[in-house]
Design a protein around this ligand. Sequence first.
Ligand SMILES: Cc1cc2nc3c(=O)[nH]c(=O)nc-3n(C[C@H](O)[C@H](O)[C@H](O)COP(=O)(O)OP(=O)(O)OC[C@H]3O[C@@H](n4cnc5c(N)ncnc54)[C@H](O)[C@@H]3O)c2cc1C
Length: 364
Amino acid sequence: MRGSSHRPTIVLAGGGHANLFSLRRAAELARRGFDVVLVDPSEHLHYSGMATGVVSGAHAPSENRIGIRRLVERGGGRFVGGRVAEVLYRERALVLEDGRVVPYDAVSFCLGSEACGGGDAVPVKPVANLEGVRNRLLSPGSGAARVLLVGGGAAGCEVAVNVARLMRDSGSGGEITVVEAGPDLLPTSPQRARRIMLERLRAGGVGVILGQKASLRPGAAVLEDGTRLEADLILAATGVAPPQVFARSGLATGDDGSLWVNRHLQNPNDERIFGGGDAVAYRGTRLPRFGVFAVHQGPVLYRNLQAVLRDEPLAPYEPQRRYLYILDLGDATGLAIYGPLTLRGRLPLRLKHKIDKSFVREYG
Ligand SMILES: Cc1cc2nc3c(=O)[nH]c(=O)nc-3n(C[C@H](O)[C@H](O)[C@H](O)COP(=O)(O)OP(=O)(O)OC[C@H]3O[C@@H](n4cnc5c(N)ncnc54)[C@H](O)[C@@H]3O)c2cc1C
């Protein structure tokens, strides 16, 4: 699948948040003498910041989709629909699940992560799944669904309050319960944020069970104390894991199989391999798995993909020490968390919508 020209090929493997910056500049890369190829099983990236708003109905499903195929093709690049299964880094080629081979001169991996499922649970990541959750809960046969959400971190809690709002607004009479293994919700957030979230869940009619690890079975979860909770729909938000393609290919990885990258976001096995987002271990360790990190890595990847092919100095990446994240509480308010600071109200949600909408518009 290599082009006939002698132009170096930059492959963007996965059109995730960290590769968007380069994708949007595909035309500029072409003008500078590079062929650009995007490999992704999907033609759209579902922007995670708006995904829970899609569940509640605050955003239309189309509003959080970024047309990554359109982005690369608009810039004169090529879209290859498929999933990377192996990296032949000595030959500088990617093998796709269906056996096709995509050669590269330089590659940036941005494959994201997936929530760990189990039984017949629906993982909340990839966030594209959440569109299906909304459709399922609104389908005529779903009735008063019993929903169980396992995992009380930021993603799990945000999904829970928005599912509760959907069920309330649709008048379905369904119920939702969150089960968290730890003693508290939002384990990495300030105490005040945890309290606000707990209050919000309870006010929204969401059942909360803390300190119980749930084992997932088809149609049910069994708690450590033996309680069996039957459910019509189980959502898994119990943490995310990177794809295992890097470890399988013999590339250096962090301990969970994410791609090991140095301060230039470059893998030590081959100077032409870069990566960003949830699927990398920055200098061997995990950064928080938030899209804001992936987005900040975008310009560094864009620059370094070109620099390595031109024998120019590489740019360093410096992770932000503090970052803002705003959870949509599903009641027209947001919960903003920045380091030790926490603010709840309408203003944080307005700010979130403004940031999210302008981000998606930038890639529209
Ligand atoms: C419910 C929820 C809400 C969230 N809200 C926020 C938020 O408000 N703010 C925030 O900062 N973070 C948020 N996050 C976290 C955020 O989703 C991730 O940190 C972010 O998506 C990581 O981006 P990424 O670029 O690594 O991968 P992704 O954006 O997940 O993209 C991965 C891409 O790789 C493709 N792909 C996967 N496997 C392969 C393969 N083998 N071959 C080729 N392509 C492949 C996928 O199709 C996809 O296009 C949220 C997460 C969840 C679950």
